[in-house]
Ligand binder design. Structure first.
Ligand SMILES: [Zn+2]
Ligand SMILES: [Zn+2]
Length: 360
């Protein structure tokens, strides 16, 4: 008996007292992994008239070629601080199907079961999976993923569209390292059957697809396409997984869907922010409220407060000024200056610029 008390005392001392407690004489409870896990805690303020939502529209579980259960994927999303996650199993590639017997909606249903407790919106999606030229496409906001299990992928797309789905062209530069836009994509876009492009997938960025997205008014998307355990795939010290930041009228499936169809999104890839000029401008203005403190002739003292955990790198003449999370800076500018936000990309080789006079 004495030994038991020694062990209990050791556990209580070894873990911090906040995480260890007696549950009676026979059980000493120590911290569980969720209490110890450090959340990503990314904060991005709302923009004018819209809620800013952090989303991942491309994830897999053991029901296709992933390695974890769908409800764990949702809890990972919760720890990442996401507002929404889409479960997008491959329709055609299910290497575990000899021991997992289920239809194409089952994974979503399991994930949906923890939606409320995890406080994250779960979206039913599916990945239509073919070799190039077509490649892979995610259908999001489905009602029944089984309808996509047909031989002809173009019919699968039509069946998804009949359910009101948003179609995203996935990882255009994978697997052969060229982001070729084939005739089939051009045709689908002309018919308004592709609505968004994944400019960022996991650790990859496809600059060529940028112009394509811009020219055809498609939605900018960036997702993890996670198959394994998130915490083993991405380091937690700031090298977080990519996400699609969505500006939605409301925090709901319908709100997110409306925002995606209206191209209100920005991709976060490490410290890079990728999007259309108007979306990036709105995001930067919400994150970095500026104030001209004083003006003398053509010179002014300006202050910027970072209201987010995002980092921004500003170029003024040849100087680079960084404003890290919740940072504050004060600096001298000429009124005819322009500030370039060097980590925000509006095309593959141009960054967001704002005139000082616009900020007054
Ligand atoms: Zn894929
Ligand atoms: Zn995938």
């Amino acid at each position: 008996m004495k030994n038991v008390y020694l062990i209990a005392a050791f556990l209580l001392g070894y873990t911090t007292s906040a995480f260890a407690q007696y549950k009676g004489l026979d059980v000493v409870k120590v911290a569980d992994s969720q209490q110890l896990y450090e959340n990503e805690n990314i904060h991005i303020p709302n923009i004018d008239g819209y809620k800013t939502l952090k989303c991942d529209f491309h994830t897999h579980s053991i029901f296709s070629d992933g390695t974890i259960m769908p409800e764990e994927r949702v809890w990972e999303g919760n720890r990442r601080g996401l507002d929404a996650i889409a479960i997008t199993e491959h329709i055609e590639y299910r290497p575990h199907s000899s021991f997992i017997k289920a239809d194409h909606n089952e994974s979503y249903k399991i994930a949906k079961g923890v939606e409320k407790n995890a406080n994250i919106i779960v979206i039913l999606g599916a990945e239509i999976t073919r070799d190039k030229p077509l490649g892979h496409l995610n259908a999001l906001f489905l009602k029944d993923a089984n309808a996509l299990n047909v031989e002809d992928p173009l019919i699968a797309i039509d069946n998804a569209l009949e359910q009101g789905a948003f179609i995203m062209w996935n990882h255009p530069g994978w697997p052969n390292d060229t982001s070729t836009i084939y005739k089939v994509h051009q045709e689908l876009i002309k018919q308004k059957k592709i609505h968004g492009v994944e400019l960022v997938n996991g650790f990859e960025f496809y600059p060529i697809a940028f112009k394509f997205c811009k020219d055809h008014n498609l939605t900018y998307m960036g997702n993890t396409d996670i198959h394994g355990v998130y915490n083993q795939t991405y380091r937690t010290d700031k090298q977080y997984g990519p996400m699609t930041i969505v500006f939605a009228r409301e925090r709901s499936v319908e709100g997110i869907k409306e925002a995606l169809f209206a191209q209100r999104s920005v991709v976060k890839f490490g410290d890079m922010l990728i999007g259309s000029e108007s979306n990036l401008r709105a995001l930067v203005k919400a994150c970095l409220p500026y104030k001209i403190k004083s003006i003398k002739g053509n010179e002014a003292i300006m202050e910027i407060n970072n209201k987010s955990t995002l980092s921004f790198y500003l170029q003024l003449d040849s100087k680079i000024i960084s404003i890290l999370e919740y940072g504050y800076i004060e600096f001298k500018v000429r009124l005819d200056d322009k500030i370039k936000f060097t980590n925000t990309f509006i095309t593959d080789n141009s960054q967001l610029e704002i005139n000082i006079t616009e900020l007054k």
